[in-house]
Design a protein around this ligand. Structure first.
Ligand SMILES: [Fe+2]
Ligand SMILES: [Fe+2]
Ligand SMILES: [Fe+2]
Length: 306
């Protein structure tokens, strides 16, 4: 597959958006170049960057569009979310693939997806922003190029390389967990992009409300199937709720907030990966019963992100 070459038809703002697009195209080309000869670990590292950059770029592009009142912002928002999901979906399958022909198949699929969405999205959707160029340039002053926070692992979003092995029931519980990941990523992106404390407080509130509902549903399912570690599990849930409440108070106090924001990124990410990876994983032997108990439950309403 040939490399994607930057050309003037792809220029949007002569600024941060173009720099982001060039970075994403650069990592995509790196993937294209190595996909047939690199081992799984090398490709994992490239895909981790790609997912993180795509998530970060789409997030900030949507924020910028909202700030300047861009006419196509809702359609773009949806496209951005779909692109991030499509990438996460195929990259998760890459991580799950074991046999070499399976890996080759998924790797080629990733190549097609990247090529398609990069060019189609930039050329057909983003190009409409050219008319708003002056506003974008004014509004994006001071934004850092993608990759600026690469030296700070706390500000790295949760990617498929970390969550592909965390499936519990292939159903409602996994669906809830996926949304918890989305909200935590949203929080991390807002911190990385220097988001206002008000915005972070709202995101944290959204997270605690969704987590509370998820925990009570998970606990009810555990009770109905006679899960033996239910008491310890409930205590672990409560521990996170208490921790989040204390951070909500801290953010509200406006004291030492910049440290608290960064700390929270690490705390939330570690908690989620450890709790699902270890404690929720203990539910796996009960999955058939859990699925049966959950068969009439509906997926929980998702919070509006970005
Ligand atoms: Fe876009
Ligand atoms: Fe859970
Ligand atoms: Fe849990």
């Amino acid at each position: 597959m040939t490399k994607i070459k930057w050309n003037d038809r792809l220029t949007i703002d002569g600024g941060i958006i173009d720099v982001d697009h060039k970075t994403i195209i650069g990592v995509t080309n790196q993937f294209m170049e190595l996909k047939d000869r690199a081992d799984k670990n090398e490709l994992t590292a490239i895909l981790s960057d790609l997912e993180h950059y795509a998530r970060s770029h789409f997030w900030r592009e949507s924020q910028l569009q909202r700030k300047i009142g861009f006419a196509g912002m809702d359609r773009q928002h949806e496209e951005h979310l779909n692109l991030v999901r499509a990438l996460a979906n195929v990259v998760s399958r890459f991580h799950a693939a074991l046999k070499s022909d399976e890996i080759t198949g998924v790797v080629n699929e990733i190549g097609e997806l990247l090529r398609g969405w990069l060019i189609d999205h930039i050329l057909q959707s983003d190009i409409e922003m050219v008319a708003n160029r002056a506003d974008i340039v004014a509004m994006s002053a001071g934004m850092s190029p993608l990759g600026k926070a690469d030296g700070d692992p706390g500000l790295r979003t949760i990617g498929s390389e970390l969550i592909h092995g965390l499936d519990i029931d292939g159903g409602l519980i996994d669906d809830d967990h996926a949304h918890l990941v989305d909200i935590i990523n949203d929080f991390i992106l807002a911190v990385a992009e220097g988001g206002e404390t008000d915005h972070l407080q709202r995101t944290l509130k959204t997270l605690s409300s969704y987590a509370r509902d998820h925990f009570s549903r998970e606990e009810a399912l555990q009770a109905s199937v006679g899960f033996p570690l239910a008491v310890q599990h409930q205590a672990a849930h409560q521990e996170l709720m208490i921790k989040m409440a204390s951070y909500e108070t801290l953010l509200g106090s406006r004291l030492n907030v910049s440290r608290a924001k960064k700390e929270l990124c690490v705390v939330l990410k570690d908690w989620l990966l450890n709790h699902i990876g270890k404690q929720d994983a203990n539910m796996r032997p009960y999955v058939a019963k859990i699925r049966d108990a959950a068969k009439n439950l509906q997926p929980m309403e998702k919070a509006m992100l970005w």
